[in-house]
Ligand binder design. Structure first.
Ligand SMILES: [Zn+2]
Length: 481
């Protein structure tokens, strides 16, 4: 793990980040800072400045030449579940059934330290390989699962916020804690990890139905007695879930009010989803400067609902973007942003690439109180930087497509690769490289280029990812961690 960054590293490419929040719908926003063909100057793992590539550099700088590539701050995934890589893309359920059928069995495996350790490594390597260098993560109810995530993030030099899940009811055997043990576990983990290197603890309430009122109160006490810790949970994701919470907590005005009553509303609160909120809830989120982690691919995949981004924005609520894997279908932030655009389109809104990318970088950092460290290419920030192809080239793998022939009664002739069928065969690139390349070539305005990139790209476009100035992912190369 002893990888030290070059003292002075200059990353050459087209630099793009934000200096302010872009106004909704403004495709010509001056909050965007685009610096084509620049050197991003990194010293001792921190960004120290940038200058046009045409200006000479003295020989003390080693140059990583990514010219012609898009250089962005590493993405920040504000809500994702490490053990749920195992259940991504599971068929046929909405939230509550999905938890019982897929998620809980997968999470039970993390009681085993070896499983937790291997899972943490697999998860963090996957994040970085998707261009995500910081994340707010749910571990499992097991203390060891959080321990192993912290260890793995520390070894990779990553900014990570996580915690052991609190869950003392409405969960199967092997996945429940109790108030006293959970409090001891959290206190231990906070003492061991919170504020160490780039790590922070999050008091992690799975959601109101799986914690007793006593456990919620204990979580509130932890937040109050450890200022600076985060709090993460789910809120108002699914209609049946909202009804269940109303039955369990009849005294609360709303789902969010359950958390407010337990003392869980604060500026370090990260609330996933927030689809079924009202104006009073949004005012409460705003008053406490809490963050919503909008998880569009999960919301579509589980049929949870369409997030009202404009209403949140109008109420002054901070919104970041999240993959919510495994409810979400990809760790790729671009894929989630492309879904976010479609969710807004269903409401007649037009999400700009600027608002979308801001929510995955500077906006998320602001919401987490980490704007000096992550989310921008500003001098002083840690050099968490990703280098992207504007358009990925064709990938030299191919597979064979098929058509549906059964409905036509022609299944013996067409639609399969079965012996006896006529050889009607198509060969496809796995990646739509030429389409994206062409779209990029004909785009003129910057927003047009970046919006097309955001919509068409994914992790296959990632050329390199740097964490604190150290290359942690390079396409086609095995790197130490
Ligand atoms: Zn979630």
């Amino acid at each position: 793990m002893a990888v030290s960054p070059p003292t002075r590293l200059a990353l050459r490419g087209d630099l793009l980040d934000f200096t302010a929040a872009p106004a909704w719908g403004d495709t010509a926003s001056t909050a965007v800072r685009f610096r084509p063909d620049h050197h991003l100057l990194v010293e001792g793992g921190r960004i120290v400045g940038a200058q046009p590539a045409a200006e000479p550099l003295d020989p003390s700088w080693s140059v990583a030449d990514h010219r012609g590539h898009l250089v962005l701050p590493g993405f920040i995934d504000t809500h994702v579940h490490s053990p749920q890589l195992d259940v991504i893309a599971s068929h046929g359920t909405a939230l509550l059934d999905w938890l019982d059928t897929y998620t809980f069995p997968a999470e039970r495996r993390y009681a085993d330290p070896a499983e937790a350790e291997a899972g943490a490594a697999r998860f963090l390597d996957a994040l970085v390989a998707h261009g995500t260098t910081s994340a707010v993560v749910f571990a499992t109810v097991h203390k060891v699962s959080a321990d192993k995530l912290f260890e793995a993030a520390q070894a990779r030099g990553m900014r990570l916020i996580t915690g052991k899940v609190l869950m003392d009811r409405h969960a199967p055997d092997g996945l429940r804690d109790d108030v006293e043990q959970a409090e001891r576990d959290c206190t231990d983990l906070i003492a061991r990890w919170h504020g160490v290197d780039r790590l922070a603890y999050a008091v992690t309430v799975r959601f109101a139905p799986t914690s007793t009122p006593e456990q919620l109160a204990m979580a509130g006490r932890l937040c109050a007695s450890h200022p600076g810790v985060y709090m993460q949970t789910h809120v108002a994701e699914n209609v049946d879930e909202v009804k269940w919470v109303a039955q369990l907590f009849p005294e609360a005005r709303s789902y969010l009010d359950v958390y407010a009553r337990a003392g869980l509303m604060n500026a370090r609160g990260v609330f996933a989803h927030g689809i079924w909120l009202d104006d009073t809830d949004r005012a409460l989120l705003h008053d406490h400067q809490a963050l919503i982690a909008h998880s569009p691919s999960s919301n579509l995949f589980l049929g949870s609902g369409l997030f009202g981004w404009r209403a949140a924005e109008a109420a002054g609520v901070a919104v970041a973007v999240a993959s919510d894997v495994g409810g979400g279908t990809s760790l790729s932030i671009q894929r989630n942003l492309a879904d976010a655009y479609k969710v807004q389109a269903m409401a007649g809104e037009r999400l700009s690439a600027w608002t979308a990318l801001h929510a995955a970088t500077r906006g998320a950092a602001l919401g987490l109180g980490l704007e000096g460290e992550i989310g921008s290419l500003e001098a002083g920030a840690t050099a968490d930087v990703c280098v992207w192809d504007w358009a990925a080239g064709p990938v030299p793998h191919a597979h064979v497509g098929r058509g549906a022939a059964l409905g036509l009664g022609l299944e013996g002739e067409i639609g399969s690769l079965e012996a006896g069928a006529t050889a009607d065969v198509c060969v496809w690139d796995w990646a739509a490289g030429p389409v994206a390349q062409r779209r990029h070539a004909v785009a003129t305005a910057l927003h047009e280029k970046v919006f097309a990139w955001m919509t068409l790209s994914d992790e296959r476009n990632l050329a390199a990812a740097y964490v604190a100035g150290i290359p942690r992912h390079q396409r086609g190369a095995a790197l130490p961690c």
